[in-house]
Design a protein around this ligand. Sequence first.
Ligand SMILES: Nc1ncnc2c1ncn2[C@@H]1O[C@H](COP(=O)(O)OP(=O)(O)OP(=O)(O)O)[C@@H](O)[C@H]1O
Ligand SMILES: [Mg+2]
Length: 247
Amino acid sequence: MDNTHHTIIKIEGLKKDYVLDGDRKAPVLLGIDLEINARDFTIIYGPSGCGKSTLLHTIIGLETPTSGRVVIRETDIYKLKEEDRSVFRAQKFGMVYQTPYWIKSLSVWENVAMPLLIAGEKESSAKRQAMKVLGQVEMAKYAKKKPMQLSGGEQQKVGLARALINNPWIIVADEPTGNLDTHSSDEVMKMFQALNTDHERTIVMVTHNLIYLPMANKQIAMRDGLVVSLDAAGVKEAIKQELQGVL
Ligand SMILES: Nc1ncnc2c1ncn2[C@@H]1O[C@H](COP(=O)(O)OP(=O)(O)OP(=O)(O)O)[C@@H](O)[C@H]1O
Ligand SMILES: [Mg+2]
């Protein structure tokens, strides 16, 4: 089946309140409707605290909404039992965070292969698959090193390889360049872009760095728990504001 441009993430009326002490509630997501297509490279941005990470967590099934639905292809994920949702998340999503965590005593390829090894895959097969995804992010030459011997940018690319190892439907990244210098950030972003264009990966990324907005084909602005989709002019205006902040 050709899944090009088919909806892969559908969010309807999504609301999330955090319950504080006693009965006090803090509304974080105020009613979000959103559709993301297979093979989209989506960037979500907005000021600190507007709910970006919370939105990502609800998309991957980690944060049960107060109301509304999250449908991944055909699956209404919060209708699944919690255990089934965990399995769904592990199979369908690859996650990249600001700082990758490593089993420091293991090599790069072993860290990448870990999800397969845990699932009981034979070492030879797990290694072959790890080398393949490391190749996709141009990190195969570091396979035998320890992750901590690599630069931040290199580690983030290895983290991306690990996110790919299960051949997930969707790569979800929460500020993956947040801890990197400009050069490394650019390198990592180019890698995400290549995975999207050359390998047709669906990517949903949160970033603070508006310079990268044009690399995505879908830009989503968030303000105070709500989503505002942007047209090309909106993207330009956002970048202009960002540059004014820097200069
Ligand atoms: N577990 C929680 N309990 C209560 N409030 C929370 C919880 N997690 C997040 N919040 C609040 O929800 C709001 C949105 O948080 P979120 O982490 O989604 O923001 P964000 O847009 O990712 O911000 P940043 O850019 O700083 O990462 C914030 O006001 C935060 O304090
Ligand atoms: Mg966040």
